[in-house]
Write a protein that binds this ligand. Structure first.
Ligand code: AMP
Length: 433
């Protein structure tokens, strides 16, 4: 049946294509990841920021750049009733830089280290592991040009992935130079592609006009052959970029992080300078090829590109959360604030029902998460729900218990039960854990 909105009666109701509801176990899986990632980020010195989901469109068109897939094809743009041109954020980096400039963070001690997470939107072709609304967890260090900052965001990102259960991680890394050396390289690259124009795939011939660097990571078979002998950016690095890249690699070696210099790695956003990298899970994709779990790099000129008065040297990483929580190795990190119920509260009779919210409040204050079916009356229907939810214990509060100020604690696995006075309940429950 064709998916449509609920205007047509009887038609299937669904969320927009490539966008989905997070609920039940999947919701807990996402929240557990966000809590763990935040905890790691804070230990490494990052602080939280949350920017709006909508931004002025130019933040992305000038930052990520025209000629990139994200801006040209994938951005959700909208014109507001007031005539503003806004876009749903396709990533977090440009908004973070916008916030840094807007709030005068240049005057703070540098670098300013921020983390941010939330949904991002790209009008991409939905497929396995690829959505139109997906979640990224970003780490950014702004206001410092040193190579140790590159190492810091890579290490923090790796640690987050490992804490989530990822194994067999490696880094693909490259340096695409800065304004000193990149132009010389681009000239060489463009002239190389011009010589092979007729052998390039049509889409890459177009890219030659708009964004020749992107041809390097082309997925087109014809172009891949040409790319084998394309000049590589590392050979064109000026002395300071070379030194920076060498230092980043030394840090990785010191931390025993395996890396592979991938001369075709340029990444799909045109704001990168110097270091670009991806964290890959070897054999993580369905066909056994490496799966990209995170990507990032340096973006020393982005602040000026989006309208800032000065360059702000910066480096960041974006971690793709959807792919992590869907991976078989994901540890199912349990969120600590959003607790899963351990007890099922059952009430029987009007005297008990009357007092039941007071009992739930006693449990809440003692941090005992519960589930309940206060709207139900019969023991059978409440026990059936408890069994269906596979909750280990039930608390049964009936008329007799309401009068005696007690409650029955029932072990759902073997159906044994004990009557416990309310004033002894918390102590008793502690013993159970
Ligand atoms: P990017 O911002 O394109 O560098 O992507 C960073 C990470 O986000 C990737 O390594 C993926 O794990 C994840 N990612 C990118 N695009 C999607 C998508 N359409 N759906 C789900 N995850 C994505």
């Amino acid at each position: 049946m064709k998916k449509t909105t609920n205007k047509n009666k009887g038609a299937e109701i669904s969320s927009p294509k490539g966008m989905r509801d997070l609920m039940n176990e999947q919701y807990y899986a996402f929240q557990g990841f966000f809590e763990k990632a935040q905890e790691v980020a804070v230990y490494y010195g990052f602080k939280p920021i949350e920017t709006p989901i909508l931004e002025n469109e130019e933040i992305f068109t000038s930052g990520i750049g025209e000629g990139t897939d994200i801006v040209d094809k994938e951005m959700y743009n909208l014109k507001t009733k007031g005539g503003d041109h806004l876009a749903l954020r396709p990533e977090h980096t440009a908004p973070t830089v916008r916030a840094y400039i807007e709030h005068g963070m240049q005057t703070f001690p540098q670098p300013v280290m921020l983390y941010q997470y939330g949904p991002v939107f790209r009008h991409d072709k939905p497929q396995r592991g690829r959505y139109r609304q997906f979640w990224q967890f970003d780490l950014d260090s702004l206001g410092n040009e040193k190579s140790i900052m590159d190492a810091l965001v890579i290490k923090t990102g790796m640690t987050i992935l490992e804490e989530a259960g990822a194994e067999n991680l490696s880094i693909d890394i490259n340096s695409i130079g800065d304004k000193e050396c990149r132009n010389g390289y681009l000239k060489e690259l463009t002239s190389y592609y011009r010589k092979h124009m007729s052998d390039l795939a049509p889409i890459d011939r177009e890219r030659l006009k708009t964004n020749p660097l992107r041809i390097l990571d082309s997925k087109e078979e014809k172009t891949k052959i040409i790319n084998e002998n394309a000049p590589d950016s590392v050979s064109f690095l000026c002395p300071s970029c070379k030194k920076h890249f060498k230092e980043v690699l030394e840090y990785l070696e010191e931390m025993n992080i395996p890396y592979n210099i991938n001369k075709n790695l340029v990444r799909g956003l045109s704001y990168y300078t110097r270091t670009v990298f991806e964290i890959l899970e070897q054999g993580g994709a369905e066909d056994g090829s490496p799966l990209a779990l995170a990507g990032g790099g340096r973006y020393d000129y982005l602040a000026r590109q989006i309208g800032g008065k000065k360059d702000v040297p910066a480096v960041g990483i974006s971690i793709g959360v959807d792919r992590i929580v869907a991976s078989p190795w994901y540890k199912k990190l349990s969120p600590r604030i959003l607790k899963k119920p351990k007890m099922y509260f059952i009430q029987l009779g009007s005297e008990a029902k009357l007092k039941s919210l007071n009992i739930i409040e006693i449990l809440r204050k003692a941090h005992v998460p519960i589930a309940q079916a206060l709207s139900k009356d019969s023991l059978g229907s409440q026990l059936a729900i408890a069994e269906r939810l596979a909750i280990p214990y039930a608390l049964i509060f009936g008329v007799k218990e309401a009068i005696d100020n007690s409650v029955i604690v029932r072990d759902m696995s073997n159906r044994s039960q004990n009557t416990v006075k309310l004033n002894k309940l918390l102590e008793y429950l502690k013993e159970l854990k």
